[in-house]
Design a binder for this molecule. Sequence first.
Ligand SMILES: Cc1cc2nc3c(=O)[nH]c(=O)nc-3n(C[C@H](O)[C@H](O)[C@H](O)COP(=O)(O)O)c2cc1C
Length: 203
Amino acid sequence: MENINSSYSHLPSIWAQIWRILSATRDSPAHHWYTAALSTVANGRPQSRTVVLRMVDIQQLLLTCHTDIRAKKVSELENSPAVQWLFWDPVEKTQLRIDAKATIHHQNQLAEEEWARLSPLTKGNMSASLVPGSPVDSAEAGIAAYHRSKSISPEQDRTWFEHFAVIETRVQHLEWLWLSREGHRRASFECAGAELKMAWLVP
Ligand SMILES: Cc1cc2nc3c(=O)[nH]c(=O)nc-3n(C[C@H](O)[C@H](O)[C@H](O)COP(=O)(O)O)c2cc1C
């Protein structure tokens, strides 16, 4: 987090700062919170993977990432929409653990808007003809179409868009942990209801 100062004693300031930094992270690959671990639950077991934080809506407390609609995480979310995000900034020594509820957007307006702002390379992540995670005979056999041609035709754009999904998650609880030589600090922000409930925790 920017400027270690007295605001770390004031819960509303910490809350505001977290969301300001998350928002600034969008489209900033150098930022440590640009990627995060996103965990789902499948048959009672946790499933974690790295994703890119694509959108942040401070008003509605939304965090969003993109995926292939055929990815395992999508069917896991259809069965159980609970997710947990885990962010770590090793420079500012700040961890965020965020519980949220996911909604999948596929071939709707939000998906169109997000697709429109992607680079051809990123669109290429949706160009695999086989379902992600399928076994293949060699490493080369798993390379997606875009990486073979390095181009995208209008027809491919539409086909690959059919594979594209937006995972929009509504934050319900956020836990902040800041490591410091002067003593760690930990806080809880409950935001599932209409009212934001903030509390300090023993780190
Ligand atoms: C740095 C990094 C960023 C990634 N970003 C995404 C992403 O935004 N969306 C995504 O679906 N997979 C992303 N992946 C791949 C996932 O971690 C994961 O391997 C893949 O989505 C399959 O997960 P699943 O089988 O649990 O659905 C990323 C991987 C890395 C290493």
